[in-house]
Design a binder for this molecule. Sequence first.
Ligand code: ZN
Length: 150
Amino acid sequence: MSDAELRDLYREMILDHSRKPRHFGRLPDATHKADGINPLCGDKLRLYLKIEDGTIESLSFEGTGCAISVASASLMTDAIEGLTVESAESCFDSVTDRLTGGSSHLGAPLEKLAALEGVRDYPSRVKCATLAWHALHAALTEDPHPATTE
Ligand code: ZN
């Protein structure tokens, strides 16, 4: 696949996930939740997790934001469902490092997150793309304060 084809594929994937976000809505039996706020862009989301025996059995999110923030949250919920808390935390480290210009490798189950790598050149967009991940980290560490990108 050429670079141009890959860019088109990534753009399609982001549009698709922003228009039809996966795992969107409240999770009535959530055991953990956290809010994420990106004041720069106006993105807001609430993340719900159901964790049992150290495994993320299910998760969902609701909120409003730009296409990048919604697509990122949607891609994240797809990638994280079924993982242990420990694996999810290591995904948080890899994704935030990668999207902020680091050299972390996005292997399984994070391959699709490569669709967001284009934000690396735009610091304000990085905040949109990492917001859901900061909310995930806050939920997993039971931080009572809303996660913010500032
Ligand atoms: Zn945004």
